[in-house]
Write a protein that binds this ligand. Structure first.
Ligand SMILES: CC(C)(COP(=O)(O)OP(=O)(O)OC[C@H]1O[C@@H](n2cnc3c(N)ncnc32)[C@H](O)[C@@H]1OP(=O)(O)O)[C@@H](O)C(=O)NCCC(=O)NCCS
Length: 244
């Protein structure tokens, strides 16, 4: 019988504790007993569980077993109905591919941008490590983890926003991180960045683009909705801690 959990090696290394993730999105039969045994045998400190939102029994079992709700995960997808038009709107600054000199600017944006995510919502993860997680993520993205990082540069040539693009396969791309510096928000930068990302994917022959965000991040949802994305999936994130 296959294991119902797997070690999350990168997360364990980064947070210096033993973190695992459940491999299924629902709990059936004696799954919960097996999950708890696996975590005990593997000395897990924290288990991530990404649950389906439509199975009351799974949610009840997670709650009964002290899993803490931390996030509603929304996936949006853009149907291939043509390219968004934001690029035609009046706009100061420009969007271009990232260069190594952008990294300190992008890290400074990322450090403050993701307070809506499950890591910040869970008080067992320290603020400093959560900040460092997103700084690391954007830096790695610029260094090749992402297939492209598009950067918004002000007229003064200062990087003030980014979007990361991942080609998952020949038909499907995913936007990873989007971030706009606080002082540049509300001026259409986000829309321009997402529009350029959709165009970047189209140039690679990829028309189906998805992006994930949190239900509590209504600004991001409006951004993706403005850019023609529709909701395709709703899931619930839980964390189960085993540390005292
Ligand atoms: C979500 C985020 C990327 C949006 O970026 P943004 O640049 O502020 O987004 P936009 O300016 O394109 O759109 C925001 C609002 O400004 C409005 N706007 C766009 N151009 C404008 C202009 N020229 N003048 C005034 N308002 C404008 C938009 O209509 C939109 O308002 P609405 O949603 O009420 O209609 C930004 O808030 C951010 O970085 N948040 C933190 C990180 C994050 O949550 N990332 C997404 C999850 S990975």
């Amino acid at each position: 019988m296959p294991d119902l959990c797997e070690l999350a090696e990168w997360d364990s290394h980064f947070f210096s504790i033993r973190i695992a993730r459940a491999t299924a999105d629902r709990v059936v039969g004696d799954d919960m007993v097996r999950i708890m045994q696996w975590c005990s045998t593997n000395r897990i400190d924290c288990l991530y569980f990404l649950s389906t939102a439509d199975d009351a029994s799974t949610v009840r079992q997670l709650e009964d077993n002290h899993f803490r709700f931390v996030d509603v995960r929304l996936t949006f997808e853009r149907t291939p109905l043509g390219l968004p038009s934001a690029e035609q709107e009046p706009f100061s600054g420009s969007v271009r591919q990232c260069v190594p000199g952008d990294i300190p600017y992008l890290k400074a944006i990322a450090k403050a941008a993701y307070r809506d995510t499950r890591f910040y919502f869970d008080p067992n993860f320290s603020l400093a490590l959560c900040d460092a997680l997103y700084e690391t993520w954007i830096e790695k993205s610029c260094l090749g983890y992402a297939d492209a990082v598009l950067v918004y540069e002000t007229d003064e040539k200062r990087p003030a926003g980014y979007v990361t693009c991942h080609s998952l396969d020949s038909d499907h791309g995913q936007i990873g991180l989007v971030g706009v510096a606080l002082e540049a928000q509300g001026r259409g930068v986000g829309r321009h960045l997402v529009s350029h990302a959709v165009r970047w994917f189209a140039d690679q022959g990829i028309r189906r683009v998805s992006v994930v965000t949190q239900a509590r991040n209504w600004r991001a949802q409006r951004l993706y909705q403005h850019c023609g994305f529709l909701t395709t999936s709703v899931k619930l994130w839980y964390h189960r801690w085993f540390m005292p």
